[in-house]
Design a protein around this ligand. Structure first.
Ligand SMILES: [Fe+2]
Length: 244
């Protein structure tokens, strides 16, 4: 009995100690006693320096390990006393924000949006850029006037976002593509849409390397896209299996 209690105390002590290092107060805006689920921070699918020289490792580490982690922690804190919401997939929460409890709706919008946006964002980078091919390239030509025009329009829309936000290419079940931008952590998922690609134009995404030169960051970002991953998202969207 006492052995079990001692062991439990030791585990709790270890967890509390670990959380101090995992979430330094200066960065994380998460509550100190944030629950550990049901939402979790997905690991970066590549090394933090995989997108250099276009996106530096320190930016990746802070962006993923502090900013995205804080969205996840705050999302978990928001749903802590709302079991039905906690059991829903994030894309359903976002598509049905108007039905969510009013007391946590803004927290779900900001932190749930932040969680979904960043999970998508890590998943499409880590590549070598280049150009799309095959069916996706044909759709870009058909719906967005070709890859060069897409890049120009996308970068322009990203540069015009006032303050913080995102620029996206959306995709529907028929494979039709469209350009969209959203403020803050809003996402086309909130309109029950689907995102093919999206770029984060919050200053935290680029300020260390690019300072106020957001257009230079937008231009460089295409060099780290993984078009195989994007093509897989396109196929999933058409199959109805793309979530975030
Ligand atoms: Fe971000």
């Amino acid at each position: 009995m006492s052995t079990l209690l001692n062991r439990r105390s030791a585990l709790l002590g270890g967890a509390a100690l670990a959380s101090l290092f995992a979430a330094p107060r200066a960065w994380a805006q998460a509550p100190a006693s944030a629950p550990s689920g049901p939402f979790t921070l997905p690991p970066l699918p590549y090394a933090a320096n995989a997108n250099e020289p276009h996106i530096d490792a320190q930016t990746m580490e802070i962006h993923h390990g502090r900013h995205h982690a804080a969205y996840v922690a705050n999302l978990n804190a928001a749903v802590k006393d709302h079991g039905q919401v906690a059991a829903m997939p994030i894309e359903q929460i976002l598509a049905r924000l108007g039905e969510m409890p009013e007391a946590i709706r803004t927290a779900l919008r900001n932190n749930g949006g932040g969680h979904a946006n960043h999970a998508m964002f890590w998943g499409i980078m880590g590549g070598k850029g280049g150009a799309p091919t095959g069916e996706l390239a044909e759709a870009i030509t058909r719906d967005l006037g070709g890859f060069d025009k897409l890049k120009g329009d996308f970068n322009g829309a990203g540069a015009r976002v006032f303050g913080s936000g995102w620029v996206f290419v959306t995709v529907d079940r028929a494979g039709k593509l469209a350009l969209a931008s959203r403020p803050n952590q809003d996402t086309p998922l909130m309109d029950d849409g689907r995102v093919l690609i999206g770029n984060d134009v919050w200053e935290h995404a680029y300020y260390l390397k690019y300072q106020n030169r957001r257009p230079a960051y937008l231009e460089a970002w295409w060099n780290v896209l993984d078009w195989e991953k994007v093509a897989a998202r396109y196929a999933a969207a058409k199959a109805g299996s793309l979530t975030i």
